[in-house]
Design a protein around this ligand. Structure first.
Ligand SMILES: [Zn+2]
Length: 408
């Protein structure tokens, strides 16, 4: 096997950070029949490039396997919908977008974000390879959507056809693409001269500082810092104009990137902060493995105590991070009776690896577990609020990360 090359700079100055073992694909929910079949598992090893500071996993599962039947529908999270609407309104105002403007979203999912631009009369174009969610965007929201993987050649075709974007959105896209350089080059091609690409990625600093190891799964290839992104954009003749830290997905960066312009004070400050933390060096990441092992111990200890008291435990949120958490902690149906999820497309299926059944929220009332382990802990405020009836009956919640604990 040839040595692993960095997904950004291509060099081979790679050092290990964290190994989660062999895990199944986190978004590949299982049917009852699947439970009888062997489940493919792939290594989940996190490494760091000491040349460009990019943290990444080594395994690349082919995107055709990963994304064709993506079951995640963005619109099922009200937190995400609210922040999407606020972002669209802000960009419409700040950049005076109107009927002559074009907004393109890479990874447009079911049209959860572009719908808010459309309400302002702005032209929109979605790009998403998942056939099922793209169909929903077209049918239910009338959002034109191209069902292809975004790359340089698609960008060239669109630009040649006169499609240049005033705003490009790429939410949680860069972390997921195997052709990282092709996607960034394509974004540059598609951007109007004074256009802006608004890029959101989970922030690797949160992963390390809060031991958010369950944000690691096979779909999620890269874990970015401002430093590593700055190197990446610069190589593609793009300028990182501005950056904000936002609470989505357990802590993310929102970056504003253009063909021209100067870095804002916020960019300079965050780059300086990362340098002073040592985020360009391996030592910053080297302790993560030990801390993640402690999270696992804390989960085992708390669940064992609750079971010893005769408590019944279920979980909430059949998201990818839940699959990583259950898989790495080695939890199954004897530990967790079932997982509740709002998304009807997931009901009747089973969590990958753990084989815990996924059920509708209504099931909570009849099953009446004592505790809910919140797997989608990034949405825990929303979940606790939604489950007022569960709480009123004396039900309580367990949050697993950065250490397992009971919350009220
Ligand atoms: Zn590199």
């Amino acid at each position: 096997m040839s040595p692993f090359s960095c997904r950004s700079c291509g060099r081979q100055a790679i050092l290990p950070v964290l190994s989660l073992g062999q895990l199944p694909l986190a978004n590949r929910l299982l049917s009852e029949d699947d439970l009888m079949r062997p489940e493919p598992r792939y290594p989940l090893d996190v490494v760091m490039c000491t040349d460009c500071a990019l943290v990444q996993i080594t395994e690349t599962v082919p995107p055709e396997i990963l994304f064709r039947d993506y079951v995640y529908f963005s619109s099922y999270s009200t937190t995400m919908l609210d922040s999407s609407e606020a972002l669209a309104n802000r960009l419409v105002n700040e950049r005076a977008l109107d009927g002559h403007s074009l907004v393109i979203e890479i990874g447009s999912n079911d049209g959860y974000l572009l719908q808010f631009y459309q309400r302002h009369g702005v032209s929109v174009l979605g790009i998403d390879p998942a056939l099922n969610v793209a169909e929903i965007a077209r049918q239910e929201r009338q959002i034109p959507t191209i069902s292809e993987f975004f790359d340089q050649s698609l960008a060239n075709r669109l630009a040649t056809a006169g499609q240049r974007a005033d705003v490009i959105h790429a939410n949680n896209v860069l972390a997921h693409v195997s052709d990282l350089n092709g996607v960034v080059a394509g974004m540059r091609t598609l951007l109007a001269d004074d256009g802006v690409a608004v890029v959101e990625v989970p922030y690797v600093r949160e992963l390390v500082e809060r031991a958010e190891f369950d944000t690691v799964y096979h779909e999620h290839l890269c874990y970015f810092s401002v430093l590593s992104l700055d190197y990446l954009f610069e190589r593609h003749e793009l300028t990182l104009q501005h950056v904000e830290r936002i609470p989505i997905h357990g802590g993310s960066l929102r970056l504003f990137v253009g063909r021209e312009g100067e870095p804002s004070d916020a960019v300079r400050d965050l780059v300086a902060a990362e340098r002073s933390l040592g985020m360009q060096q391996h030592t910053f990441y080297a302790q993560l493995g030990e801390r993640v092992a402690q999270v696992k111990h804390s989960v085992h200890r708390l669940l064992a105590e609750l079971r010893a008291d005769g408590r019944r435990i279920a979980a909430y949120g059949a998201a990818a991070k839940g699959a990583t958490l259950l898989g790495y902690c080695g939890l199954g149906p004897t530990d967790i009776e079932f997982v509740v999820d709002l998304n009807p497309h997931k009901h009747g299926k089973f969590m990958p690896g753990a084989h815990v059944p996924i059920v509708a929220p209504e099931y909570l009332e009849s099953a009446a577990p004592d505790y809910l382990l919140i797997l989608a802990w990034n949405l825990s405020d929303e979940i606790v609020e939604q489950q007022a009836a569960f709480r009123a009956r004396g039900g309580r919640f367990v949050v697993p990360v950065p250490y397992a604990r009971i919350i009220d």
